[in-house]
Design a protein around this ligand. Sequence first.
Ligand code: C2E
Ligand code: CA
Ligand code: CA
Length: 279
Amino acid sequence: HKKEMRAKNKRYNLTIDPKASKLLKAKTALEEALKHQELELYCQPQIKIRTGEISGVEALIRWNHPELGQIKPQKFIPVAEQTDSIISIGEWVLRQACLQNRTWQDMGLPNLIMSVNLSPLQLKDTNFINLVESILGETKLAPQWLELEITEKAILANTEIAHQVLQNLRQLGIHLSMDDFGTGYSCLNHLPKFPFGTLKIAQSCVQEITEKPENIAIISAAIALGNSLDLRVIAEGVETNKQLKLLENLDCREAQGYLLSQPLNYQEATRFLEVYQHQ
Ligand code: C2E
Ligand code: CA
Ligand code: CA
């Protein structure tokens, strides 16, 4: 019997430990990254299609790794979520985004909504509301210039908590945006139930409209729904003029994507806003 147990333990050690130690290493690496200021916020402009005005920017995190170079969020956010580092990274992103927006306002640049991506784990964090409130206070950013982007998947994962937290966030005066709308989880009746002010049409849907005309009906319905609920409707991942024209014809009012601008670092984004202001 003892022998059997030992064999089991051995197997256990072999299969579980490497994973655990890999995650532990990742957690340490992410905490070091925060400490050594290797994280950077890029911003991608959101543009009103008819007038070309900038309505907002989305904050997108990058990790400038000393050896590996720049790492995109899809590579490390999932790991950060598995190791809980997302809570401290999310706090850093939020503070940095508010600071940056406040700095632009102090420079006399046009007021913009800064949109920040939220992990489902942050939504479940009981301290989150207090954190948002204290960061707004600390950076002296008026709440109407902050928006939080949440995917439907995140809401579905904890509908009860999400409902209360989103109501409380909205009461602070910040905006809420439903991200990646149309990616398979979409449930139309969520939209009016939650206090969203913005609807972001997923880039996979946007990129398909010029290839699969049958999808036009779906995207057109999503835009009409958003417009009728008086939401800002933003098409994501717009890469071609053909897509932009089609979206405009479907009465989509705002767009974001490589066609309009790549995500920009702080210097580039500041320059973008200065040039825009003097046009
Ligand atoms: P997302 O929220 O859907 O962000 C849009 C992604 O599409 C960004 O990728 C952006 O660079 C990219 N994109 C923008 N325009 C175009 C285009 O025209 N074509 C294509 N193909 N892509 C375009 P990025 O920066 O790599 O971010 C990926 C995802 O990582 C984001 O998807 C978001 O879910 C997550 N993420 C980014 N920053 C944060 C953060 O600070 N916190 C959390 N929790 N998640 C973040
Ligand atoms: Ca987003
Ligand atoms: Ca998105």
